[in-house]
Design a binder for this molecule. Structure first.
Ligand code: IPE
Ligand code: IPE
Ligand code: MG
Length: 246
């Protein structure tokens, strides 16, 4: 940890937590055991991120497409989610963490939404890290929803279509008010985005590790953050230009 430069940490870290099922399968266990173990990793990573000074942590926990998994797995995941959110609120309070959710919340079971509302309300005035869970989240659905609302607002005269720019568009997304991720980690060796934050990841640094999510630990996190710190983000400019303005 001592090797990390505090002034070069990602302000916003996003993680695709993948590989729970394979972790379980390798151990001849049920997939849900992998998800349970994955929750422990979430707990630890949230605390580590808050401790090192990450401002925004966004975790992809359940995608729009994950609803198509076997019913028993979906039910088990929803039960786990409810339990996790409820049990984590005291720890969020202790660590000054604010809680948020992005995704199609109306698709979630009412009991899960109740815990989400409770956690959001209770942590609303915390001023530390913003922990956002992406639940029933799909980026194409998010962007389409934004386009539909923009079209409606243009038709009713609320917005002027000729004034529509990136900033206005971003304001129609679930992530309104959250800066774009600086760094994205995906575990389990898959090298794809799987419909996560497609607009917001335009200039995000990507990091893929073969480690399955239940095995991802603080050492792995620091290794990834160190990798991020050694990169040069050019945003289309040349190295020389960047050096002359710093
Ligand atoms: C990630 O682990 C958790 C969710 C998508 C809910 P997976 O369940 O996708 O695990 P693998 O990819 O099958 O190993
Ligand atoms: C992405 O993982 C979604 C989450 C981590 C919640 P998946 O396991 O659903 O992604 P694919 O199907 O391998 O692309
Ligand atoms: Mg997976």
């Amino acid at each position: 940890m001592h090797r990390l430069k505090p002034d070069r940490l990602p302000r916003h870290l996003a993680i695709i937590m993948d590989g729970n099922g394979r972790w379980a399968k390798q151990r001849m266990l049920q997939r849900i055991v992998g998800h349970q173990k994955g929750v422990e990793t979430v707990r630890m990573i949230v605390e580590e991120c808050s401790r090192v000074g990450i401002g925004y942590l966004t975790l992809f926990a359940f995608s729009s497409e994950n609803w198509l998994r076997p019913k028993t797995e979906v039910q088990a995941l929803m039960a786990l989610l409810k339990k996790y959110i409820r049990s984590e609120v005291p720890r969020m309070m202790q660590n000054n963490i604010r809680f948020a959710v992005i995704g199609n919340r109306h698709e979630l079971p009412p009991a899960v939404n109740k815990e989400i509302d409770e956690a959001i309300t209770r942590t609303a005035t915390n001023s530390g890290m913003l922990l956002t869970l992406a639940l029933s989240y799909g980026s194409r659905q998010e962007m389409l929803g934004a386009v539909v609302r923009i079209a409606a607002d243009a038709a009713s005269g609320k917005i002027d279509p000729s004034k529509l720019d990136e900033k206005v568009f971003s304001g129609y997304l679930f992530t309104d008010g959250i800066p774009d991720p600086d760094f994205l980690i995906r575990t389990s060796g898959e090298m794809r985005i799987s419909n996560f934050l497609l607009w917001q990841l335009a200039y995000t640094e990507l990091y893929f590790t073969d480690v399955n999510w239940p095995d991802f630990d603080a050492a792995q996190l620091y290794k990834a953050l160190k990798d991020y710190q050694d990169r040069e983000r050019r945003f289309g400019l040349t190295s020389e230009q960047l050096r002359s303005c710093s």
